[in-house]
Write a protein that binds this ligand. Structure first.
Ligand SMILES: *Cc1c(COP(=O)(O)O)cnc(C)c1O
Length: 400
């Protein structure tokens, strides 16, 4: 269904912007300046469904509309169900609110120790360094502040945040996010990374960014040199569908990898985008080709106006079950729910442990066969114990 060796999936070219000189197209500032940010601009290039028309008219009071020309080219304009389209073009349902939904679905405001700095886990902090992105994901977990459509007036205070980190010696890992940290120019990124690296107890820095996906032109050799200088830097990108894996993203990942930056991927499980096995398998296989290690698969947070995009949690469990053992272990992300009210990320797994008794663990393999393995008993050595397959009992794979 998604043959990874078919070149047309990787090579997209300039598409609708074929007339633009290549040096402009490859310049990330040109990509930012030429983003599609209004209903009128979208309509110049495609016809919208009534649902999208409604979305573009009403939903922008919640989260701005912006799509880079590069990413817009990945949309199948003839297909209203295009999985790329669903991620960035607002739909009417964004204006709906359901009782389970929240403006701050993972309780970040309650853990904010300085403007922009979230300290929820014992040894690491989340540092929101900007509220701007290259394009806006319609299911954004921080839509309350990102793009400032809701008048949050987000003002990260770098000095206060840096001082907090300097004063908290337990913080060994700083995760830069936002908005998208790579919206900052090279000088600012160099400055921030330099300040953080100067703190002795900060062991390494992480960056969460969708810019390699929305605007791979931003990943220049110069940026790679900055990362090399301040390493170890780890970077998490956000790819949801195999069609986002392009030649341009691959080249951006090359620059990052050869600058010594290990790359992870965080996907969000989205209805009709990546909630089926074939799509997810193709995605994670392509990620490995680009040297990207799938890190997390997120159950979509309970963000206001997101129900039409949220897939059922049971689908996520089934997906992981269909992958584990069936494909490369490196390719399999950890499925998590970021718990409401600041509970943090909780791993959600298919059940492989059938029981643990005083004597043994009984477990199920990826094919559904049961196996037993003894507990360690230091005092009394086992006299006889039958390990291994239990008389080829096969149970159906049951989700918790
Ligand atoms: C996700 C997150 C982190 C990082 O979590 P890891 O599981 O270490 O990747 C840190 N702080 C906050 C507030 C987060 O939401």
């Amino acid at each position: 269904m998604f043959p990874n060796d078919r070149l047309e999936f990787w090579f997209r070219g300039q598409g609708l912007w074929a007339h633009v000189p290549q040096d402009k197209w490859k310049n990330w500032r040109w990509q930012i300046q030429n983003r599609l940010t209004s209903l009128e601009q979208l309509q110049e290039f495609m016809s919208l469904t009534p649902d999208e028309l409604q979305g573009c008219t009403h939903a922008r009071s919640k989260l701005s509309l912006a799509i880079t020309p590069y990413f817009f080219n990945l949309i199948d304009r003839e297909n209203p169900d295009c999985p790329i389209r669903k991620q960035v073009i607002p739909r009417g349902d964004e204006a709906l609110t359901f009782p389970e939904e929240m403006l701050d679905p993972v309780g970040e405001e309650g853990a904010m120790v300085a403007p922009g700095l979230v300290h929820r886990y014992p040894d690491r902090v989340l540092f929101l360094v900007t509220d701007r992105c290259a394009s806006y994901c319609r299911y954004c977990t921080r839509s309350r502040l990102v793009s400032n459509a809701q008048d949050y007036n987000f003002q990260p205070q770098y000095q206060a945040a840096l001082e907090y980190i300097e004063n908290h010696t337990e913080v060994r890992d700083v995760l830069l996010s936002g908005g998208d940290p790579l919206m900052l120019n090279d000088v600012k990124i160099d400055y921030l990374l330099g300040r953080l690296r100067a703190i002795p107890h900060v062991e390494f820095i992480r960056i969460g960014s969708r810019i390699p996906v929305f605007m791979p032109q931003r990943i220049t050799p110069e940026l790679g040199d900055i990362f090399k200088k301040h390493g170890p830097i780890w970077l998490s990108i956000h790819v949801n569908h195999p069609h986002e894996c392009t030649q341009e993203l691959k080249e951006a990942c090359d620059i990052l990898a050869f600058s010594g930056v290990p790359i992870g991927n965080q996907s969000v499980l989205l209805d009709g985008v990546n909630d089926n096995v074939d799509t997810m398998k193709s995605l994670i296989h392509r990620l490995l080709i680009m040297r990207v290690r799938p890190y997390y698969l997120y159950q979509c947070d309970l963000i206001t106006g997101s129900r039409h995009l949220r897939a059922d949690v049971k689908k996520g469990i089934e997906l992981i079950q269909a992958l584990r053992g069936h494909t490369t272990g490196y390719a399999i992300p950890q499925f998590v729910i970021d718990a409401p009210d600041g509970g943090g990320k909780i791993p959600i797994n298919p059940e492989y442990v059938k029981s643990i008794t005083e004597e043994e663990i009984i477990m199920r393999n990826y094919e559904g066969f049961e196996y037993r393995y003894p507990r360690v008993k230091k005092a009394t050595p086992h006299t006889s114990f039958q390990t291994g397959n239990i008389a080829s009992v096969k149970t159906t794979c049951e989700c918790r």
